[in-house]
Structures are given as structure tokens and as C-alpha cells.
Write a protein that binds this ligand. Structure first.
Ligand code: TXA
Ligand code: MG
Length: 341
């Protein structure tokens, strides 16, 4: 179906809510990235999300609620540990995977008997969910495989003509998708790193990290979204980590620009000036990972608008205690190859 896609102002959230009640898809901001929402109780509405995004049907969606009462209608009763996590981190960028009730359509959950749920910490998202009187299923509002949208114009790039409306709430705060935690067995399992770090979660519950990398085995992944390539611009992307990063990047710039490639480097503020002969895109300071997280999807998309054919990205040392783990997880998935020096 073709639409003349409208850009709605935050104050027009009721129009968005009405469209959702009519079974349409609408994009709206959350504190992490823009979501592509539909009525989570309407299998037909949900099927449009998959069609519009080109998303594989076995990759389940996150359901967004505005309060815990609404969550209770979708999931089986939860434990004291889960209650604590909800009280501490909601509203916020933490998604909990819980056993679902039959009311949640099977296409929301990719036929799993669990459902992923969160209460977003964004006034526009909450206004829309409350006004619609509905739980809203919403994956990131990008074309499947592309970087997640952190601005309304990113959604426009991918969704113009395909959905009736985009609510423009300006740039999102976090810039990375929520942390996903499987709470269906003990210890709880980190399925996707995000804004809420394992160190923060550990203070309230027993957590183990599974690797959120594509597995080689035939075993079904615990979080089906893990196995797909993600966040990729048109250019070839190489992530470089280790202790000789600037030397390796300088060598690659030299080699590939001589081959006629249009090379971009995504660099930290501290090392930007080391690179010449390429477009240098500033990710932000190594000392402010929050700001880096908020910029990486925007920069990956920018390499497309700049017509780059090769993108070289400076990696971070990883640690469990800060956002570095989530940033590196996304950068690895965006990359065609990783060079460890
Ligand atoms: O911040 C976010 O989480 C954004 C905003 C819009 O809320 N949404 C988002 O959705 O990132 P999406 O669809 O791009 O990612 C959902 C992730 C996928 O990795 C999916 O496999 C996992 O959550 N997931 C969903 N339901 C699941 C379930 N029942 N069991 C395990 N993993 C699940
Ligand atoms: Mg996504």
C-alpha cells in the first residue's frame, strides 16, 4: 500500500494513536531509537510491520506498554526479581522477555511462547500508547538490515510512502536499542547489550551474559534477532581494534584511496587528526561513550549520503561495566570484517 506519509508534531500524538487503533503502522520516537509501531493485539496490523520493514517473520517484536498493569495483561505472573527490575529500570531502555499469555498473537513473538516487553522512557511514546489504549509492538523503524533510526529523517529515508505517519520528536537520547534480558530462567540471560549495562543489572539480579554474536551451530538462537546482519550502510565496513589501530587505518586509507575508493573513517575525537586522505567522521570522545552511542547510527547513515564505498571504524576496548560492550556489539554487526591488531 502507498501512503502520502505525514510528519506529525509531538502535540499531534492523538492522530498517531487513532491510526494505530485503525490497524495502521506509525513511526514514533522512544528514548533509544525510533520505533515502527502497530497494535500488538492485532495480528493483521502486526503483519504489516514485517512487510514494511522486510523483516524475517521469525524475528520477534518488542511490545511497548505505558504501565505495569498493561504488562500484566500480556504476560504470566512474574517473580520478585523481575518486579525489582521493573521498578528500578522502567520506564527505560530495558526489555524483559517473559512467558506470554495467549492474547499476544503468535506473529508478535515469532511463534515463541515468550514475549519481549518494555515501558519506554519517552513522553511522546507514552502519550501515544496511553491514548491508543493498546500495547504497541514496535521494532526499530528502519528497513531491515539498515542502521536503526535516531532521527525522524532517518525514518523518512526508509519509510516514506510505506506508512501513513511519522511523529517527529527530534534526535533520540540513547541512540542504541534497549538491553534485552531473558527472565524465563535463572540466572537471567543478557540477549542483547544496550543502555542498561550488565553491571547495573547485577546489582538487582543474577545475570549471565550470552554472546550476542551469530552462532555457527544449528541450535536456534535464544534471541532470533541475533543471527541477522544489521545496521549496514551501502559501503564495505571494516572495524579495527587492538593496539595498532591508527597505523592499520592509515595503511588502509592509503591503499584504498589509490584504488579510487571513497574512504571514510569513523574516529574518536582524540585520534581524528591522525587521519588524512579520507573523510573523517567524529564519533565523540572516548571519555563520553553516551555521546558516542547516540551518534553511531547517524554516522553510518551519513556514509551513504556521502557516497562512501569503504568505512573504517575505530573500535573500543570492551568492558562489562560501561556502554563500550553495546557499542562494539552494534559496530561488529555493522561490519563486513573485523581486524584485530
Ligand atoms: O530500543 C529498542 O528496543 C527499540 C525501540 C523501538 O523500543 N526496539 C528494537 O526492536 O530494537 P527490534 O525489533 O529492532 O529488536 C528486538 C530484539 C530482537 O533482537 C529480537 O530477536 C529480540 O528483541 N526479541 C524479541 N522478542 C523476543 C523473545 N520472545 N525472545 C527472545 N528475544 C526476543
Ligand atoms: Mg532493529
Amino acid at each position: 500500500m502507498q501512503y502520502a506519509t505525514r510528519i506529525l508534531k509531538p502535540s499531534e500524538y492523538r492522530i498517531a494513536a487513532d491510526l494505530l487503533r485503525l490497524g495502521k503502522c506509525v513511526a514514533f520516537p522512544t528514548e533509544t531509537v525510533y520505533g515502527l509501531g502497530a497494535n500488538a493485539l492485532d495480528a493483521k496490523a502486526v503483519s504489516q510491520i514485517f512487510a514494511v520493514k522486510g523483516r524475517p517473520s521469525d524475528n520477534p517484536l518488542i511490545v511497548h506498554c505505558h504501565n505495569q498493569q498493561q504488562v500484566r495483561e500480556l504476560t504470566m505472573p512474574w517473580s520478585k526479581e523481575v518486579q525489582t527490575l521493573m521498578d528500578v529500570f522502567w520506564p527505560g531502555p530495558l526489555t524483559l522477555v517473559l512467558p506470554k499469555r495467549p492474547i499476544v498473537p503468535q506473529n508478535v513473538t515469532g511463534n515463541l511462547d515468550t514475549v519481549a516487553i518494555r515501558i519506554p522512557d519517552h513522553p511522546i511514546a507514552l502519550n501515544i500508547i496511553r491514548a491508543a489504549h493498546l500495547p504497541i509492538a514496535a521494532p526499530s523503524a528502519n528497513q531491515s538490515g539498515k542502521p536503526s533510526p535516531t532521527r525522524a529523517e532517518h525514518v523518512w529515508q526508509d519509510m516514506a510512502g510505506k506508512i501513513p505517519a511519522i511523529v517527529d520528536g527530534g534526535p533520540t537520547g540513547w541512540g542504541l536499542e534497549s538491553t534485552v534480558l531473558d527472565c524465563t530462567s535463572l540466572p537471567f540471560k543478557l540477549l542483547r547489550p544496550g543502555g542498561i549495562t550488565p553491571a547495573q543489572l547485577q546489582r538487582y539480579a543474577d545475570i549471565c551474559s550470552t554472546t550476542d554474536e551469530p552462532s555457527e551451530s544449528d541450535e536456534p538462537p535464544r534471541s532470533p534477532g541475533m543471527k541477522y546482519k544489521h545496521y549496514s550502510p551501502e559501503a564495505q565496513v571494516i572495524l579495527i581494534t587492538g593496539n595498532k589501530v591508527p597505523d592499520v587505518i592509515a595503511g588502509l586509507i592509503h591503499k584504498h584511496s589509490h584504488l579510487g575508493e571513497r574512504v571514510a573513517v569513523m574516529a574518536f575525537s582524540e585520534s581524528m587528526e591522525l587521519y588524512t586522505g579520507a573523510l573523517v567522521l567524529e564519533m565523540g570522545s572516548r571519555n563520553n561513550l553516551q555521546a558516542v552511542a547516540a551518534r553511531i547510527y547517524h554516522l553510518l547513515r551519513k556514509t551513504d549520503t556521502l557516497g562512501c564505498t569503504l568505512v573504517l571504524i575505530e573500535g573500543l576496548p570492551e568492558s562489562d561495566t560501561d556502554l563500550g560492550m553495546a557499542i562494539m556489539n552494534r559496530l561488529r554487526k555493522a561490519s563486513d570484517s573485523v581486524i584485530v591488531t
